[in-house]
Design a protein around this ligand. Structure first.
Ligand SMILES: CC(C)(COP(=O)(O)OP(=O)(O)OC[C@H]1O[C@@H](n2cnc3c(N)ncnc32)[C@H](O)[C@@H]1OP(=O)(O)O)[C@@H](O)C(=O)NCCC(=O)NCCS
Length: 341
């Protein structure tokens, strides 16, 4: 083990928080450069200060001789998945291979255990050319050495905006032929009251209805209150959501897609979820909601030039939708898992 002093992070301690975020940002950019998708400082801080009733987040600094060289981050859901803890570890490039990453990870694992968490998930990104298993990249090498298994392989893709209006029109028209009994609604910001219950229902099924590989996940709790709570955190984070849903003939929300921009990172947007409920698949609703949402984004935010998304490698249908829109692969993401005994 290394000579690292692991300290719990106080989100209100500006100096400690800045040092923590510096490690995280530099470590992510080291291998991924410009395609790294780091949370900005105030986005992490808002989540750590107040995750709401549904989740708790905390950070740890790994300090050597007064310098923060390693960073740990953990999130635990509070209303569902009672055994789950999500965690990441980052080490400044000049301080790697001295056991610091292992020391921080061991600390996070013991905190998880104290909190009754036995199912551990960790995310690591690596360059696209390193392939699905990430041979030679730091995250997969570290995960394997520490006894974590790769449970789900994802590909990060990026779309240069704007997508030509003619292409969006053609895709929307082709899809519309297959979904004539459904209606689409798009909006920016919080969910309209009349859609709140349906939105809570459809979005909470994403975690288990989208491909999850070998990840051990339970369904998320459905709660309109949590939707509102998350919106409060999103506002504090400086993020704005753009959303589209499809409603069936009875007005039930059966599909959705959402993406987010942030004031802390001008010019970029991030795709969040997209889901069509099982019994409503086959009507091209996936394309329909995505195209409508892109139109909304392009109309309201012509300044946004890059949209980033992640798809499980096995999610052929969603990848087909994304490729039709012009997304290209730029990096990979692995969801690693470990079960504590
Ligand atoms: C992954 C990371 C945290 C490792 O930090 P670290 O301080 O170098 O880790 P350790 O020194 O404790 O490494 C422990 C073991 O992991 C393995 N390992 C670490 N980095 C590796 C690499 N680049 N390639 C292959 N194996 C690696 C080795 O077996 C190593 O033991 P060794 O040095 O005796 O061979 C760091 O490289 C990093 O910040 N990467 C970017 C972020 C990331 O991917 N985080 C991991 C996912 S949460």
């Amino acid at each position: 083990m290394s000579d690292l002093d692991v300290r719990e992070l106080d989100p209100d301690d500006d100096a400690a928080f800045g040092a923590w975020h510096h490690v995280y940002e530099v470590a992510e950019r080291h291998e991924l450069g410009d395609v790294a998708t780091t949370w900005q400082l105030e986005e992490v801080r808002a989540a750590m200060r107040d995750g709401g009733s549904h989740s708790w987040s905390g950070g740890w600094c790994g300090v050597v001789d007064g310098e923060t060289v390693a960073a740990g981050w953990m999130r635990t859901p509070l209303l569902d998945n009672p055994e789950l803890a999500e965690m990441t570890v980052h080490v400044l490039p000049a301080h790697r291979r001295r056991g610091h990453g292992s020391t921080v990870l061991a600390h996070l694992e013991s905190v998880a255990r104290e909190r009754g968490r036995r199912v551990l998930n960790g995310l690591a990104s690596w360059p696209y050319d390193a392939g699905s298993d990430g041979a030679g990249a730091s995250g997969p090498g570290f995960a394997a050495a520490r006894g974590w298994m790769l449970a789900l392989s994802e590909v990060q893709r990026e779309l240069h905006l704007p997508v030509p209006a003619g292409l969006l029109d053609r895709l929307a028209r082709d899809a519309a032929r297959a979904h004539s009994s459904y209606t689409l609604r798009s909006w920016a910001g919080p969910v309209p009251d009349d859609l709140l219950a349906g939105w809570a229902e459809v979005t909470s099924s994403l975690a288990t209805e989208a491909p999850t590989g070998d990840l051990d996940l339970e369904p998320e709790v459905v709660s309109p209150d949590v939707v509102r709570e998350r919106e409060t955190t999103i506002a504090k984070q400086g993020r704005t959501k753009y959303n589209t849903v499809a409603l069936d003939a009875d007005g039930v929300v059966v599909a959705y897609t959402d993406l987010a921009t942030t004031v802390h990172e001008p010019g970029r947007a991030y795709q969040w979820g997209t889901l069509v409920r099982g019994e409503h698949r086959g009507h091209r609703l996936g394309v329909a909601v995505k195209v409508a949402n892109l139109r909304l984004l392009q109309d309201e935010r012509p300044d946004v030039r890059r949209l980033t998304t992640y798809n499980a490698e096995v999610n052929a249908h969603m990848i087909g939708v994304n490729e039709a829109l012009g997304f290209v692969p730029v990096a990979r993401l692995g969801d690693f898992q470990k079960r504590l005994g």
